[in-house]
Design a protein around this ligand. Structure first.
Ligand code: AMP
Ligand code: MN
Ligand code: MN
Length: 329
């Protein structure tokens, strides 16, 4: 349960209501849950008469710009804030420059990552929630906040994108119940699914082709690499892998999927995905990253070849252990 002490929730509600300058932050390289949670809480606060500053150190990806309020998200919040909330942020470094400028821990952290140490003054970390948007939806009434339809649309985007359309193994009846609440409040499931999860640019699919031509499968581990030249050849402007990792997880023979994305700053972005029963968050944490049992990531300094070799060596035992038959008890 996220709410260990209900008095904490009352405290958060009172502090939010009394706040003069509110800052709401989400994580760098934002995904749908980051933007959906940020806009969901932000638009709920605006509907309650607050004027929160919504912040993300990186730009809002094109696919989420259809959401109301997306154009009000800033990368460089100005001034001082008497109450700061961090959403979907698993550790302080993931707030990037926005967190550094804040100069103190957030007052409230709402998150669902297994690797979150609880770095806020108050923390509601529900690792059973399939998305932070799900947790925000659950907590809005207790925080004394309304659910206007534009906030519902944003939160539904968070729920749908982090569950890959309600198909990840952490999708629960509660997830569906809260999604129902969001639809009843005006969230448009088919539109959100189509815009945030399904439709993509031609250059993104060309990037898939680059990655798929560099794909390997060995011992139930599948991986692909995206060197800078692949990004150039595809004409892909965005950061990341254009969700190619999700395509790799569709390969039945694999228990773990990995992707290595070369970046211009000398680091390699690594993403791990695993079937239920294999925890990849720990191996990501060994490389300075983190995440969830079935989906984790890290940014690792080094060349593409070196990082690939190190990460494969550290991950291989997990795939092998999973397929080793356990002796009968
Ligand atoms: P990704 O592979 O980037 O899609 O990330 C999978 C999951 O791991 C997401 O929930 C991310 O929030 C989390 N994650 C990715 N990179 C990091 C990192 N460097 N540190 C902590 N968590 C991360
Ligand atoms: Mn996220
Ligand atoms: Mn999330």
């Amino acid at each position: 349960m996220p709410i260990q002490n209900p008095a904490d929730l009352d405290l958060a509600r009172a502090r939010l209501a009394a706040a003069q300058r509110l800052l709401v932050i989400t994580h760098i390289a934002p995904d749908g849950d980051a933007i959906g949670s940020l806009l969901g809480l932000g638009l709920a606060l605006r509907a309650a008469g607050h004027a929160p500053v919504l912040a993300c150190a990186d730009p809002v990806p094109e696919v989420f710009r259809f959401l109301a309020g997306a154009d009000t998200i800033t990368a460089a919040p100005e001034g001082d804030f008497d109450y700061a909330v961090a959403l979907d942020v698993s550790d302080p470094a993931r707030m990037g420059a926005v967190g550094a400028a804040l100069g103190r821990p957030p007052d409230l952290v709402l998150d669902h990552h297994l690797t979150n140490p609880g770095f806020g003054a108050l923390n509601f970390i529900d690792v059973a929630a399939a998305s932070t948007a799900e947790l925000v939806t659950e907590l809005l009434p207790a925080l004394g906040l309304p659910l206007p339809n534009e906030a519902a649309q944003a939160l539904l985007t968070g729920v749908v994108s982090d569950t890959l359309g309600f198909r990840t193994s952490n999708t629960t009846p509660k997830t569906l119940g809260l999604a129902q609440t969001l639809m009843q409040a005006g969230g448009e499931l088919s539109r959100v699914y189509d815009l945030a999860l399904f439709k993509r640019s031609y250059s993104a699919v060309r990037l898939w082709a680059e990655g798929l031509s560099r794909m390997q499968l060995k011992h139930h581990l599948i991986w692909a690499r995206l060197p800078l030249e692949a990004r150039k050849a595809a004409g892909f402007q965005g950061i990341g892998d254009a969700d190619l990792i999700n395509l790799l997880t569709s390969v039945r023979e694999a228990d773990i999927a990995l992707i290595f994305v070369e970046r211009a700053d000398g680091k390699v972005k690594v993403s791990w995905r695993s079937v239920a029963g294999i925890n990849v968050a720990e191996v990501a944490a060994q490389f300075g990253g983190g995440g969830h049992a079935q989906a984790a990531g890290a940014e690792v300094a080094g060349t593409l070849d070196d990082v690939e070799a190190q990460v494969l060596a550290a991950t291989r035992p997990l795939a092998k252990a999973a397929r080793t038959p356990t002796p009968a008890a």
